[in-house]
Design a protein around this ligand. Structure first.
Ligand SMILES: [Zn+2]
Length: 92
């Protein structure tokens, strides 16, 4: 699976990330057993232990749940891919 996304201004956070695209590869069965999440679902932050909502990435200017992020202390972190919560994160 190959995913390409761009970031909203808020998600970018840093100017130098402006027009970059990100690619990542994930094994087909790697996320199979992870909890299913959607935009607005809450996660327990591994950084500050507070609850943060999931935000969609943008793909060609359109919101997509293919990748979702959460924000903590003005930084954004990848939280979910194809609606599956990444390892190490828990629903809040
Ligand atoms: Zn946090």
């Amino acid at each position: 699976m190959k995913i390409s996304v761009s970031f909203t201004k808020k998600q970018r956070g840093r100017k130098d990330l402006n027009e970059k695209k990100y690619y990542m590869a994930i094994g087909n069965d790697e996320l199979q057993d992870k909890p299913v999440v959607h935009e607005g679902d809450k996660i327990i932050c591994p950084h500050c232990r507070k609850i943060h909502p999931l935000e969609c990435a943008l793909q060609n200017g359109v919101k997509t749940e293919i990748m979702m992020f959460y924000s903590c202390r003005k930084k954004s972190y990848l939280a979910a891919i194809e609606n599956k919560l990444l390892g190490g994160l828990k629903k809040g």
